[in-house]
Design a protein around this ligand. Sequence first.
Ligand SMILES: [Zn+2]
Length: 292
Amino acid sequence: MVIKNSILAPEWDSTLQRSGNDFTLTFHFKIFLHAIQSKEKFDDGNVFTNGKGVLIWDQAGHYKLNDWADGEWATYRRRFVEILTSSWSGRFTLVPNKPWLKLESGEMIAAKIFCKLSIELVVNKSEKHHQKYRIVHTQNQDAGFRSYADHYTRSAVLSQTDITTEWMFTGPKAHLYPTIVETNVNGKIKKEKHNVEFAFNRLVHEFGHTLGLNHVNGIGNESYNYGITLKQRMSIMGYGSHFYPEHGIPWVKRLGKHLIAQNHQEHTLKFTSHLTDSLQLITYWDNGELKK
Ligand SMILES: [Zn+2]
């Protein structure tokens, strides 16, 4: 096996470092975080500003913009890094299907890979960066501006509220389909419609798109793409805060570029993503069955 310690790529850099008998695979992001002031003009395709204090999102309407205050922007930048690091870094461990690392003694071991994330904010757009995140400051916080991040264009538009965990309501009150709760009753799956509220952090979700992840129920922005069942909707790639092992797939994919197989035996090596810590807080509130 040839081990490449460092990879530079347009979307993010990565390093693979040995620590004892295991490895750490770290994603290094340089993100240009751009505070959009109210009169600033930009055009990101579907979303643009008119330079007169209005953000136009052609699917959902017009939003009046505020300027960023210095202190507020400094807090946003700090929280941006803290939230992404605490939610994504160290979350996944990649486990091999067989021993692959040869020790000096000649013994082969099944070395594991710990997945880390490192974020560096770039102040100036002329500095090298992998991703460009534009952060707008909308006047009406509940106006329903939908943030987004695009893996392919390596850009995102977020708002000032996206670092705050909010409640996503599902059910008739929110004009969203109720959440389907499946319970196993004596070996039979019973489905009930529940009114469920999910704690949701948009920044954590949008960064999933930056990593190349899609919504829990397929590509798209329809309600069903965010999931139908409780298990789907509680996902970070649904409406919730729960991480699943498959959210570590971006690390599995990148690892394939760090470990270069030299023979047939090494080509059959495969890694699967696991949650490093299987305990997660329950971050939804189930208001129970909806009676017709
Ligand atoms: Zn999304």
